[in-house]
Design a protein around this ligand. Structure first.
Ligand code: C2O
Ligand code: CU
Ligand code: CU
Length: 529
């Protein structure tokens, strides 16, 4: 197997920090560490260094992923078709990059749907490896939730990949080439995303381009006078790195993504790229007017955390007014000067360009980055617009669960550990095993989960949204407002979340969404009975 040429990388601060060597001891009450550590993105991995000449920041226009048209619609719902296919795209100007895509684009096409209106997506796998599609944040029956062994095999695939690594799984539903996923979407309006979720190889598959956006709309949202049309911008932020030919680099142990799982040793804490893409374009620029804009931000990076800040050329900070979280609108807006965003989190933000002169530039910066990763994108004000006011109240349908209603309180530790003799990641000491049920809960039960982390772990639950009750010995952070499906645990931190397991019975997952951690063991089964 040819090894991918790996560029030189900077000294690993990960190793200097000694991550993975007995950090368990700092897990509880280790909060003194977290402020400093939370500011070190290298704590989530090592950064690849691109070899291709990179474009100037803010020279490439921001692409907006096309909205997919249904192939059929009835009174109850819409049917879509997607082909998973290898393609080439110009990401770095003058170079063409091979990608794995949904329908030939990265990000994949956007699906627009309404609460309660059933969506069927028929996927066809024309990639060289098995795939699985998961709708992240979707309240989806288990059969369509994209369980990691529910593989869609490529045409002529003979290798039973689900039986690799001694991880045979009797419950898996494996299909040839095609599969239909059904989404009732009986859930609050929000921005979901779909991405590959194949056992052991989710991280490199997303890296190669298998990710797209899925909006759910509803009447609650419509009743608010929020910016829409071209004043509402989906922003999928993801870091990548490129070799001298403009191809994506990624330190897979097996670049065919069929054999050995995981990444080379220096990257086991997570793979970081040195190029920041928004909707697939490097450090793009977008023309705006002097109105109010709605930014639907998704961190689709495998491991990189960002801290977003919007600044004008004269150094003024424009507030990022949060109106929604992973699982929909907040009760009332929360203003952020700087907003941290972990992998898989979404934030629904308003930004007001009124008062800026035509010609002004607003930079969306990443305060956790350095050098070129300190930039994300830029807004260029090109004309006058009319600004709409920011609503003072938003949604009144947020679930309020009380600790006293919880029928179970569970502790769960997310830590480094050995997996198959290598560096890996474990939950309560165990690596993922599709044949083991880790948590069994009854449909309708309310539970409190106490999550503890050694390093950064964005912990994600399938099926349900949750509220953050506490962090360490304090309350939730401002960005914890609303209904979440992913919580950014900081190094040494513990946090409590509360949820009700309603919706559907069946086999679901919870896992760390640092994609490399997920592939290297940090995932577990949740059985709703
Ligand atoms: Cu973004 Cu298990 O998912
Ligand atoms: Cu998910
Ligand atoms: Cu993790």
């Amino acid at each position: 197997m040819p090894e991918p040429a790996l560029p030189e990388r900077p000294v690993s601060r990960r190793r200097l920090l000694g991550i993975g060597t007995g950090l368990g001891a700092v897990a509880v009450g280790g909060l003194a560490l977290s402020a400093a550590w939370a500011r070190r993105p290298a704590a989530t991995g090592d950064q690849l260094v691109s070899e291709v000449p990179l474009p100037q920041a803010f020279s490439v226009p921001l692409p907006i992923p096309a909205v997919l048209a249904p192939v059929a619609s009835t009174a109850e719902g819409d049917r879509y078709e997607m082909v998973q296919t290898e393609t080439e795209a110009e990401i770095i100007p003058g170079h063409s990059t091979r990608l794995w895509t949904y329908n030939g684009t990265f990000p994949g096409p956007t699906i627009e749907s309404r609460r309660g209106r059933h969506v069927t997506v028929a996927h066809r796998n024309e990639l060289p490896v098995p795939t699985v599609v998961h709708l992240h944040g979707g309240r989806t029956p288990a059969a369509s939730d994209g369980y990691p062994t529910d593989l869609v095999l490529p045409d002529g695939w003979t290798d039973t990949a689900s039986h690799h690594h001694g991880m045979a799984d009797d419950l898996a539903v494996v299909t040839n080439v095609e599969r239909e996923y059904g989404f009732p979407l009986d859930q609050r309006a929000t921005m979901l995303w779909y991405h590959d979720h194949r056992m052991d190889f989710t991280a490199p598959a997303i890296w190669r381009g298998l990710a797209g956006i899925h909006f759910v709309r509803d009447d609650v949202e419509d009743a608010l006078d929020l910016p829409r049309g071209d004043r509402e911008l989906p922003l999928m932020i993801a870091d990548r790195a490129f070799d001298a030919d403009g191809q994506l680099t990624y330190p897979s142990l097996d670049p065919t993504l069929t054999g050995e799982i995981g990444v080379e040793e220096p990257y086991t804490a997570g793979v970081l790229g040195d190029v920041i893409l928004v909707n697939g374009a490097p450090w793009p620029v977008h023309e705006v007017d002097t109105g109010l804009y709605r930014l639907r931000v998704l961190n689709a990076s495998n491991a990189r955390h960002y801290e977003l800040e919007a600044t004008t050329e004269d150094g003024r900070r424009l507030p990022l007014v949060q109106i929604g979280a992973d699982q929909g609108l907040l009760a009332a807006p929360v203003r952020h000067e700087r907003l941290p965003i972990a992998p898989a989190e979404r934030y629904d933000l308003l930004i007001d360009f009124s008062g800026l002169p035509v010609g002004a530039n607003v930079r969306l910066a990443n305060r956790l980055g350095s050098g070129r990763t300190a930039d994300v994108m830029q807004f260029h004000v090109v004309r006058e617009g009319t600004s709409t006011p920011i609503p003072e109240t938003l949604a009144d349908d947020l679930p309020e669960w009380d600790r006293s209603e919880a029928v179970a309180v569970r502790d769960m530790a997310f830590r480094a550990g050995r997996v198959n003799g290598r560096h890996g990641w474990v939950i309560d000491g165990l690596p993922f095993d599709p044949n083991r049920t880790d948590v069994t809960t009854r449909l309708g039960d309310i539970e409190v989960w106490r999550l503890i982390a050694d390093v950064h772990h964005p912990v994600h639950l399938h099926l349900v949204g949750f509220r953050v009750l506490s962090r360490g010995t304090g309350g939730p952070l401002p960005q914890d407002a609303g209904l979440k499906d992913t919580i950014a645990l900081r190094p040494g931190e513990s946090a409590e979340i509360i949820t009700r397991f309603d919706g559907y019975k069946g086999r679901y997952l919870f896992h760390c969404h640092t994609a490399e951690h997920e592939d290297m063991g940090m995932m577990a089964n949740l059985e709703v009975t």
